[in-house]
Write a protein that binds this ligand. Structure first.
Ligand code: SAM
Length: 283
């Protein structure tokens, strides 16, 4: 098998098929030989696991997933890479490349048809221009996914894996914590990629909860309130919620008091339970 993390192999196979890097699609391919085996190990795969990958590139992570999982469904939007992947993954009969945009694919039906009876995991080096959208799509669509092990931009990892109620927390932290437990696994420097991106990366794992972290009456309202609370980070939650949701300040003040919170509190100090209580009182 070819060494798909070797720069010369990548250049040669891409050149042979006339493929050049498409920056707009976040095409930075891994060239550190240790990263993909470590990611695939961290995804805890076995014969009964169907693993979903987003963006195989030339197949460097796909091959490591194929060695460990029963099946790999890999979504690649760039059809120029299909003949490349045909060549680089020829030895694996458990890999299916799906030439679709992950944001538009009917994941539920695809999983039902192709992964029946199997455990579902996600493992990918995500295209950074849509990292949060992909993660939220996977979590919100309530697919039977056990865990999501992905490489993301370092700053995104900080936000996604922050504690709710801490300085690094944001609306996306609240949304992720609602559905999953998050952890940072390891740092990956920018020079591990070809071409190197401007930023460093981190591999994170989101283990999907069996039940949401807090019980809320209306999820959409809960997320709307969290988004409003973080919309002006330097202001108090009272001001942000008031302007974000168009609710009078004194009404928000009464709600904060009812929830047992100070009027001067900032969104970054609120817990999941605080957001849930405020949603119920205000919306
Ligand atoms: N897995 C490879 C690696 O680690 O070297 C490539 C990762 S590269 C960061 C991201 C990949 O995602 C590219 O192959 C790109 O074409 C693909 N991609 C970008 N947007 C996509 C989308 N909306 N749906 C599916 N694949 C996408």
């Amino acid at each position: 098998m070819k060494n798909l993390s070797d720069i010369n192999v990548i250049k040669s196979v891409m050149g042979k098929h006339g493929v050049t890097f498409n920056k707009g699609l976040g095409q930075n391919f891994l060239v550190d030989p240790e990263v993909c085996p470590s990611m695939a190990e961290a995804a805890h795969l076995d014969e009964n696991t169907c693993v979903i990958e987003i963006g195989p590139g030339v197949g460097v992570l796909t091959a490591e997933l194929a060695k460990r999982a029963g099946k790999v469904l890999s979504f690649e939007v760039d059809k120029r890479l299909l003949p490349v992947l045909d060549e680089t993954l020829a030895e694996f009969d458990n890999v299916e490349i799906i030439n679709e945009d992950i944001m538009k694919a009917d994941l539920k039906t695809i999983i039902e048809e192709k992964c029946a009876g199997m455990e579902i995991a996600v493992c990918a080096n995500l295209p950074y221009y849509i990292t949060s959208s992909i993660i939220m799509l996977l979590l919100e669509s309530r697919l039977p996914i056990k865990a999501i092990t992905v490489m993301v931009q370092k700053e995104a990892a900080d936000r996604l894996c922050a504690e709710v109620g801490s300085r690094d927390g944001g609306a996306v932290t609240v949304a992720v914590s609602y559905y999953a437990e998050s952890e940072k696994l390891f740092f990956v420097p920018r020079d591990s990629f070809l071409p190197p991106p401007k930023v460093n990366s981190e591999v994170i794992r989101l283990t999907v909860r069996e039940a949401p972290a807090v019980s809320v009456f209306d999820e959409a309202k809960f997320f709307k309130l969290a988004k409003a609370a973080f919309s002006q980070r330097r202001k108090t939650a009272e001001n942000s919620i008031s302007s974000g949701l168009g609710i009078k300040k004194d009404v928000v003040a009464v709600a904060l008091e009812k929830a047992g919170l100070e009027r001067t509190v900032r969104a970054e100090k609120l817990t999941m339970e605080d957001f849930a209580r405020l949603t119920e009182i205000l919306l």
